[in-house]
Design a protein around this ligand. Structure first.
Ligand SMILES: NC(=O)c1ccc[n+]([C@@H]2O[C@H](COP(=O)([O-])OP(=O)(O)OC[C@H]3O[C@@H](n4cnc5c(N)ncnc54)[C@H](O)[C@@H]3O)[C@@H](O)[C@H]2O)c1
Length: 488
């Protein structure tokens, strides 16, 4: 896929990083002097962040072709995303220029924050291929992309655009009605107007207003938004009770909503307030901090699959082959050792040195063990029947450090087994360099969880272990293996 970008400021550069991290080519244009160098610098600066959430095969920040005009982009790209300044006439001119040269099947999208698609598509030769795809900054991390067509947009174009954004690991949200400001920005703007009033009236500083969000509502919003959160505020009776209890307050003139005039004094207060909050930190420093916490928040939502957590989990599945590990069936070749598991170093696995922390190695090996269990037929059903293996001894040898986002591959060698005991050896390698990073030798005992004591392994997994042993029993013992418990 060649992703076209017209306008390479904050948002265009964000699209470039997202598309490049997906392993696509980018073709871009921007008339400002020095725009190409600025784009390349912006992509380099944001690259560590996308590395943390996972790069696709072929992802390379250098795969940018910078061209002279929007027509050149239209001619070369498979999909065009316009991110020029938010001025209707300027955008219309740019969109018509792309439209001149792009094949009729090429979708032309605009990043506009609120201009209506029906206006933007006026004068295009092929207005039916136009959509709005409104992202949020930083585009390379935040998944939301509001998608809406204008009166002349073909319905299948909206669907195809949604598929492209989905492929880019975004959360395309269809805006079903063409309304000014779309959805997210209307909500943000309501809050923003109120902030300006409170600062203008001298009620609170920008810092105090931010505190009123980041220590409270902001933490709730990332996973549940406003409505589901308020549903919980109503107790057992939910939203109905919430509306009954707090509904009367809606009649009180708490909020003003119509924005105050942007006087010099108000502008100064906003600027001075935010400068104080920045406390000497540069925009680049604050961007790094923002990216790191956004990644941490998204990863923390991964297990619950709430909000952006589901997108992070999906990207992980797409960038690292985490397809459910194979279950061995008779006739399948048994590799020596077994390569059953791969993953990527998660942001919450690293310490302050950005190196994977000791306990995280054990966590990762736990997933490798899980893959081995599935291979021999121990899955949720087996455990639901109250049978499982419990680890009784574990021996880790740390060989080399590894950092956030780096790919890990694991192999497993069976060192022995009997009716109740299982002895295996995992090796963790760097997915790109092939360097050995760590090994983990484990002895486990099969248990009947209901009875609370050791018990014989059930016939299914036992027979697979016997088959594995036929070939792994012939392998050399790994030099780092130290336990001599079962078999050898
Ligand atoms: N900044 C945000 O948070 C945000 C979020 C979502 C959407 N948007 C939308 O994205 C668009 C771009 O916003 P931005 O924040 O990146 O602005 P920006 O000012 O950072 O970038 C705009 C870029 O467009 C270039 N440009 C000017 N004239 C051009 C032309 N004729 N053809 C091509 N490029 C031209 C400029 O040189 C500049 O590099 C706007 O429509 C904006 O509403 C912005």
């Amino acid at each position: 896929m060649k992703f076209g970008i017209v306008g390479t400021g904050v948002i265009g550069a964000g699209w470039a990083t997202r598309a490049l991290s997906r392993g696509w080519d980018v073709v871009a244009t921007d008339p400002a002097p020095g725009a190409e160098a600025r784009l390349r610098t912006a992509v380099e600066r944001s690259w560590p962040s996308v590395r943390k959430i996972g790069l696709y095969p072929g992802a390379d920040p250098a795969r940018i072709e910078f061209v002279a005009t929007p027509q050149d982009v239209g001619e070369r790209a498979d999909f065009v995303q316009e991110s020029a300044p938010e001025v209707l006439e300027l955008k219309q001119t740019v969109l018509r220029a792309v439209d001149e040269t792009a094949g009729p099947d090429v979708i032309v999208a605009s990043s506009t924050s609120g201009l209506l698609p029906t206006r933007l598509q006026e004068g295009m030769r092929h207005p039916e291929r136009f959509v709005v795809g409104h992202p949020f900054n930083p585009v390379y991390l935040l998944p939301l992309c509001e998608v809406l067509g204008g009166e002349a947009t073909a319905p299948d174009v909206v669907e195809r655009a949604i598929a492209v954004y989905d492929d880019l690991d975004m959360y395309p949200l269809l805006v079903r009605n063409e309304v000014d400001g779309f959805l997210g920005d209307r909500l943000q703007e309501a809050l923003w107007r109120e902030i300006l009033h409170l600062v203008a009236d001298g009620v609170a500083t920008t810092g105090e207003l931010d505190d009123s969000i980041v220590y409270g509502p902001g933490l709730r919003w990332a996973a549940m938004g406003t409505n589901l959160t308020y549903h919980l505020a109503g107790g057992e009776a939910g939203m109905r009770h919430m509306l009954k209890q707090f509904g009367p307050a809606l009649e009180w003139p708490w909020t003003k909503l119509v924005a105050p005039p942007l006087t010099d004094e108000l502008i100064d207060r906003m600027v001075e307030g935010t400068q104080e909050q920045a406390a000497g930190r540069s925009i680049a420093e604050l961007e790094r901090l923002r990216d790191d916490y956004l990644i941490s928040v998204m990863y923390s939502l991964r297990e619950s699959r709430l909000g952006a957590g589901s997108i992070i989990a999906r990207r992980e599945g797409r960038t690292v082959d985490r397809a459910a590990p194979t279950r061995w069936t008779p006739g399948m070749e048994i590799e020596t050792p077994l390569p059953l598991y791969q993953c990527r170093v998660a942001p919450d696995w690293v310490d302050y040195n950005d190196h994977m922390t000791e306990s995280a190695y054990l966590l990762a090996f736990g997933w490798a063990s899980d893959a081995f269990f599935r291979y021999i037929g121990i899955d949720e059903d087996y455990r639901a029947a109250k049978h499982s293996f419990y680890t009784v001894e574990s021996h880790l040898v740390y060989t080399k450090e590894v950092s956030t986002g780096e790919p890990l591959v694991f192999t497993t060698q069976l060192l022995g087994h009997d009716h109740k005991r299982l002895h295996f050896f995992h090796s963790m390698y760097h997915g790109d360099s092939g360097d050995l990073l760590c090994t983990n030798e484990q002895v486990l005992v099969h248990v009947d969880m209901e009875a609370g004591r050791s018990a014989n392994t059930l016939d299914g997994p036992k027979s697979v272990l016997d088959e594995i042993w036929k070939v792994h029993g012939l392998m050399d013992r790994p030099p780092k293996a130290v336990m001599n418990i079962t078999g050898r």
